[in-house]
Design a protein around this ligand. Structure first.
Ligand code: TYM
Length: 323
């Protein structure tokens, strides 16, 4: 075969400012791997609709996610960057999967269960979310999906959808594998829980220096007195140092000697985060809105052609493709 490259696809919702959990768990992972695969990067704008009801916010969110991908180092000539809503085969395939899986199966999905457990009313889009995500992945015969730990179950659901379809209609979809990087599967937020927009505990990836400093200085600590040794394994600030601080061994030693306090450690972390993202910010600032829109238009053409070829086969198999 001429094309032996495996396929990689990932997606990010366009539902607000990306945080350093998204960066470490998904974007950085993608940047490290995508050149070795036939890669697709998707802006999950239909998924974002489950929570974003403001059109201006959704529009800006889409542009922002693409700018963020480019800023962290994705070359749009090497990966197909597109938005979900440009390829209508995604919701079409999601519907077909929804007709194969049961309600109790979808009720077990974490995102839905969490919402219900909090006593909140989930919309039907949130309930069906995993099947749209399965369609995103399976439409393109994806081999690997770089994501954070919180998406592991969604990849299992995609495998399950593929298996159910294959069983009912014959071998059609590949079962994908998650690619979760050790140590960054769950990046903690400033309160120690998983960093998440919905918990309000994030450190913004492309915030102002001040916003990054304010978030870092608010990281939860215990009440160990200045001058006493600190425990690097339990400290949230130290966990984040591991991803941004070059002289980590020295900082670890200072924790154990008691020669660094929480305040100094946080100031150093904020400084190192800002230094890491400085070149990314420059790339982001150099990118025009028109350039982002062109990237999305070009990506949509490539994605559409692939998705349409796959769906032709699917429609024939399920019995709706008559001509
Ligand atoms: P989203 O937009 O919530 O998150 C984007 C990516 O960031 C990862 N992530 C984290 N990783 C480590 N630590 C954290 N604290 C953290 N918070 C978020 C997520 O795991 C994710 O990889 N359902 C997906 C979007 C999606 C998708 C897809 C992904 C739609 N279709 C197809 C892959 C393939 C989501 O909600 O991502």
């Amino acid at each position: 075969m001429a094309d032996e490259k495996k396929r990689l696809l990932t997606g990010l919702q366009s539902s607000g400012q990306l945080h350093i959990g998204n960066y470490l768990g998904a974007l950085k992972r993608f940047v490290g791997a995508y050149a070795d695969y036939e890669s697709m990067l998707m802006v999950a704008d239909l998924h974002a609709l489950t929570s974003v009801k403001n059109p201006a916010q959704l529009r800006e969110g889409i542009i922002d996610v693409v700018a963020d991908y480019i800023a962290v180092g994705v070359d749009p000539t090497k990966a197909t960057i597109f938005k979900q809503s440009d390829v209508l085969e995604h919701p079409e395939l999601a519907w077909i999967f929804e007709c194969l899986v049961t309600v109790p199966f979808l009720q077990q999905a974490h995102a839905f269960k969490d919402k219900v457990a909090k006593g909140l009313e989930a919309n039907a889009g949130l309930f069906n979310y995993p099947m749209l995500m399965a369609a995103d992945i399976l439409l393109y015969d994806t081999d690997v999906v770089p994501v954070g730990e919180d998406q592991r179950q969604h990849i299992e659901y995609a495998r399950e959808a593929a298996a159910k379809f294959n069983l009912a209609y014959g071998d059609t979809f590949k079962e994908p594998k998650e690619m979760i990087l050790e140590g960054v599967g769950t990046v903690p937020g400033v309160d120690g829980k998983k960093m998440s927009k919905s918990y309000g505990n994030t450190i913004p990836l492309f915030g102002t220096d001040e916003a990054i400093r304010v978030a870092v200085m608010s990281i939860k600590t215990d009440s160990t007195a200045v001058g006493a040794p600190l425990n690097p394994t339990t400290d949230i600030t130290f966990q984040l140092h591991q991803h941004f601080t070059p002289n980590l061994a020295e900082i670890q030693k200072r924790y154990m000697d008691g020669t660094i306090g929480y305040k100094e450690s946080k100031e150093l972390l904020a400084h190192n985060i800002i230094a890491t993202i400085a070149p990314m910010r420059e790339r982001r600032a150099a990118l025009s809105r028109e350039a982002v829109i062109q990237i999305l238009k070009d990506g949509a053409e490539v994605a559409r052609a692939r998705a349409q070829a796959k769906m032709k086969d699917v429609r024939e198999k399920i019995g709706v493709g008559l001509y």
